[in-house]
Every structure is written in C-alpha cells, then in structure tokens.
Design a protein around this ligand. Structure first.
Ligand SMILES: Cc1cc2nc3c(=O)[nH]c(=O)nc-3n(C[C@H](O)[C@H](O)[C@H](O)COP(=O)(O)O)c2cc1C
Length: 312
C-alpha cells in the first residue's frame, strides 16, 4: 500500500508505533521499523546521553527509517535536539508544546517533522508552523491527553477537514478493524501506543505488561487534570489523586503527591500500586504480549481483510 504517509516515512505499512516514556527504546523502535512500519524512540524519559545511545543502537539494528518523539516541554530539549541533528535522525514527532519553536530548525537539517495534536485548532497551528504531518490523538489514548477530551471518532474527521497535510489517527487503535475505522474517517495512517506496551521488545516492566493484558473496560481514567491530564490505570496512586482532588487540593499539593519518578516507579520498575501506570482505554482489548513484528503484521493483515468486507 502506498499513500502520502508511507511515502513521507519510507515505510511499507501506514502504521506508526508511538513514542512512549519507559516503553519505547531502541529495541522496540528497531523491531517495528524492521517489520515495515515506523518505530519511534520515546525520548521523554531519557537523559541526553541515554538518548544518544538509543539512537546509535537503533541505527545499528535497522537500516529502515525510524523516528524520535520529543515532548517539547522537556527541560533538556536543546540537548535532545542537538543529538537528533548530530545523529542524523530522519524523522521527529514532537508533542506537548508549541511546534513553532523547533520545526524549522529540524527541517533545515532535512528532518521530517510531525506534531501530535488534540484539537483541530492545534492542527492548524502545526500546519502553519510547517509540520509535514499531524497526529490527531483522541481522548481514549494512553499517556498525556488533551484538556478538551475530544474522542478519536470526532477528532480525526475534524482535523482532516481543518488541514491539508497528512493526518495520522491515534487513541484507541490496536486492531485492523480499528485501523480501518480511522482510515475511513480520513486518516492516512495510524499511531498505535498501548498495543506496543504489551510487546516483547517494550522496555516496560513485566508486571506492568501483565497488568495491561488483564485490564478491562473502565479500568483507565483521566487523572491529574489540574496539572497535566494523563490517562492512567486505576490503582492506589490513582485513588490518592482522586481523594486529593475531591478535597480540592491545591496544585502545589497535587505536585507534592505526584512527587518525582512516579511514572518510572510504575511502568519501568513495576510497582503497580504506588506508580503511575499510563495506558489507553484500548487496553481492554489487548489480551497477550507478542513480538512487535507480529503485532504490526497482525494489524495490517486484519486491516486488509476488513477492507475487503468492511460491513458485516
Ligand atoms: C505508556 C505510554 C507512554 C506514553 N508516552 C508518551 C510520550 O512520551 N510522548 C508522547 O507524545 N506521547 C506519549 N504517549 C502517547 C502515545 O504516543 C500515543 O499517542 C497513544 O498511546 C495512542 O493511543 P493508544 O494508547 O490508545 O494507542 C504515551 C502512551 C503510553 C501508553
């Protein structure tokens, strides 16, 4: 299959494995790229020297294109950007910030830039900043989330109508039929996050992966809306935040409750009660941990057969 997204990224299937803190290092990104989709290294949980090591290992493990995700609010962002330029990373996915700041700097070095948005207003801003494509990420998604709570089903057609650059859909996509639904709404590709957390190559802790495959409907909820909204699996830490919010805790008190290293404790170290466990609603449909290449091929094969008979 060829479309604007496969051509832009030089990939076989219009499937992107999302950049994810504590999950998507070089092992996952290179496995996905070798399978013909686009793998992304999530730099948001990496110190600059760690990011450099992951990029170098990824380049050694795959001759295919890959990307780095850069959350724009990251404190060491200048250093990350310099490493990405020095290491000649071909594609960057930016998120959580203003795309106006770094897009042209990266593009002048020949790097393709994609920005993640949660509204059509931000999609237009990304297009004006010169981005090559946008990811429209709906409210179902794991990780940090838009304040307006627009779901993928509504967001994707709204963003497609608002911009001319290619749109990838994200949030709630883990199967071929969900991919077909997103493409039917006008997306030219999909960004898949949660499904790849439950992959062999994800660097997430086994406890977290096993919790994900046992999650059911209603087990995730948007939390910490007063700070930065994030979709989490319900656990003891989540309940503490709920209680604090019910008691009208100040932003300062919430920051203190969150403390430092919560996400690492949960997703990387496997502390399922005290840690922050970021995952999407679609975890309710994920039942097994598989090699990343198998996930790519399974989604694409199911997409193709659903395309032959879209309506039951
Ligand atoms: C564990 C986890 C960590 C994430 N970390 C990031 C991140 O560092 N940067 C980012 O832009 N998005 C992050 N996200 C969001 C994903 O990039 C992606 O857009 C989202 O997972 C798609 O929705 P899905 O989970 O329903 O597939 C994260 C998601 C998860 C599940």
């Amino acid at each position: 299959m060829q479309n604007r997204v496969t051509k832009l990224f030089k990939i076989d299937y219009p499937i992107v494995q999302a950049g994810m803190i504590w999950a998507s290092g070089w092992r996952l990104a290179s496995a996905v790229s070798n399978a013909g989709a686009l793998g992304i290294i999530g730099s948001g949980s990496m110190y600059p020297d760690v990011l450099r090591e992951h990029i170098q290992k990824c380049k050694a493990a795959t001759g295919r294109s890959f990307a780095v995700n850069v959350p724009l609010l990251y404190p060491d962002i200048d250093k990350h950007i310099q490493i990405i330029i020095d290491e000649k990373v071909p594609i960057v996915f930016t998120s959580a910030g203003n795309p106006g700041t770094w897009t042209s700097v990266l593009q002048e070095k020949g790097i393709t830039v994609v920005h993640v948005v949660s509204s059509s207003k931000f999609a237009v801003k990304a297009q004006q900043a010169g981005c090559d494509a946008v990811v429209a990420e709906g409210f179902e998604a794991g990780g940090h989330n838009g304040r307006e709570e627009t779901t993928t089903m509504v967001l994707v057609p709204a963003v497609c109508a608002a911009v001319d650059i290619p749109v990838l859909a994200a949030g709630g996509i883990a199967t071929g039929r969900q991919m077909l639904a997103a493409m039917g709404l006008g997306a030219e590709g999909v960004q898949v996050g949660s499904r790849f957390v439950a992959s062999m190559e994800a660097s997430s802790h086994e406890n977290f992966k096993n919790r994900v495959i046992h999650a059911g409907e209603g087990d995730t909820c948007l939390s910490l809306k007063q700070l930065t909204p994030v979709r989490l699996l319900k656990n003891e830490f989540f309940e503490q935040v709920q209680e604090a919010e019910k008691a009208c805790a100040s932003t300062e008190a919430l920051k203190q409750l969150l403390g430092k290293g919560r996400a690492k404790r949960g997703m990387f170290e496997g502390n399922l009660e005290e840690g922050e466990l970021e995952i999407g609603q679609v975890s309710a449909l994920i039942k097994n941990i598989k090699p990343a290449a198998e996930i790519v091929h399974e989604i694409y094969t199911a997409y193709e057969s659903a395309l032959k008979q879209p309506v039951k």
